[in-house]
Design a protein around this ligand. Sequence first.
Ligand code: PRX
Length: 637
Amino acid sequence: MVNRIHSLGGYIHEYQKSVANPEAFWAQQAENFYWKKRWDKTLEWNFQGPEIKWFLNGKLNLTENIFEKNLYTHGDQEAIIWEPNDTNEETRTLTYAELYAEVNKFANTLKRLGVEKGDRVAIYMPMVPELAISLLACARIGAVHSVIFAGFSANALAERINDSSCKVLLTADGGFRGEKITPLKEIADEALESCASIETVVVLKRTGSDVNMHVGRDIWWHKAVDGQSGDCPATEMDSEDELFILYTSGSTGKPKGIVHTTGGYMVYSAYTFKNVFQYSAGDVYFCTADIGWITGHSYIVYGPLLNGAKTLMFEGIPTWPDAGRFWDIVDKYQVNQFYTAPTAIRSLLAKGNDYLDGKHLASLKVLGTVGEPINEEAWHWYHDHVGKNKCPIVDTWWQTETGGVMISPIAGVTPTKPSFATMPLPGIQPIIVDGEGKELTGNSVEGNLCIKYPWPGIARTLWGDHERFKETYFSTFDNFYFTGDGAKRDEDGYYRILGRVDDVINVSGHRLGTAEIENAINEHPLVNESAVVAYPHDIKGQGIYAFVVCGELSTGGEEGIRKSIKQGVTKIIGPIARPDLVQLVPGLPKTRSGKIMRRILRKVAEGDATNLGDTTTLLDEDVVEKIIQGAQVEVKV
Ligand code: PRX
């Protein structure tokens, strides 16, 4: 079992130990797992290559650490507790023994479909237990899973499938979310028109919607699994064999396929889960994320299951049938640890406290947040009204690339401060650097957040593009991993994350590249060019503000164009990237050398044009004036 920290003194001791000798520290953690063959060397690394390898030549299968290692002690205990979208539908639970059998059956199914170690399997599914089963089945046979969030459009799905040439696609007829049904199979069919690598599509029956099944390509999940054995030997993996790919947005248009490998990710997701949430045997843990994102990978599936935890999966949305849904679930299952995003907290706060009336919430011990900075008002509401002043809040800062939580309180151990992620976890060495890459030592400093030493959960590369991996994370500042976030360290040495310093925006905890949205807008036949920036949004944290230059107006006039631009982005990327505000402008503020001055657009979007900074390099100052006049928000001048 993973070691657990119990006191502040224990944390300080552990942290010092981890920094003094990171290799010994992580080797000690890794000893808690079952390896088919122990590693020869704990770490080899350089941040120039970059090349990072943990637990070299160790052989293992991650799923044996979930199942074989533990079945005899808690085979009958619940592993996955599933709450359906519709309150009238029955809950499903899978014990560790049941989950093991399902994983093996599906692993055998994949094998029968010709999936071999190293093949990529695309997963585009709703939040049902089969989604977790498919991840684990891939891990069982050494296939590399690539989960694509079920809110992405056909175009976005195809782009991701093609980038890593997936062989099989796992999907469902549809997915329930509140009152809506997402026609997943229909979207997948459209995507697959341009995906040559997919040989087979396995379709889970969930909504019962009518779907077209392509003969020779598509098979129903239940038929494919039927008759498969519940035993499947675990494929031996090297520590550094790929476990999964997960796409995330970057500051250039194309999504990046973040690659995580087996040994390091296993150790890191398990260690951080147990410590951050202070999970104890028997607790019920509920993370509201979707498995389509890293939070779901690390803290619904891998971290909890590697600790023998009871992990709750919820198919629906926080506001359906009403805004008390999360709290009903907490009471129904007596949830002990609850982990969600600030945007969800803000949206529930905005609905008022009536939805908390009559909810006990007495089982809660720990509350967590992730994905974006949490504002003080939301923090206090969460603390006072949900946690009833008795639950520590863990504000967990991390990224798809980091594999697990990096900076966060350890629940009940680290004293918290609203909107501060507080202190690095053991083994994590954050630093703040100025624009030139000089480390700012001491307290009360602010700058770019970097990490100066590898940890087991760090991404190893971008699928098929190691050069871009180097360029994105290791080239801005020599010898450091650059997070893309700004941060400050306050007078107590506590970290506060200030948000992205690159062209990435964070909408409702979803990370979106402005270039990706601009590319989608520019596909519109009437659009000449565009620039997208974030603006402060009460619920979403950041909203999307698009400044668009059109050649001419269509018959629908300005309003018609705005609408069709929004629809176009929804079609090309998905609803999460739909601009909130679109302003048609005569031109974009550019320097004489043709570079868009985004700083000016950001100021306008933030509603404060009183100090636009140095505008002497602007090609055409009039454009700025016109942009301010036509702004979609009130602008102070
Ligand atoms: O800007 C930071 C923000 O989310 C980014 C990572 O996004 P993603 O890879 O999608 O992973 C989200 C879930 C781990 C970070 O670069 N972020 C994440 N957690 C926090 C946060 N910003 C402030 N506070 C946090 N707790």
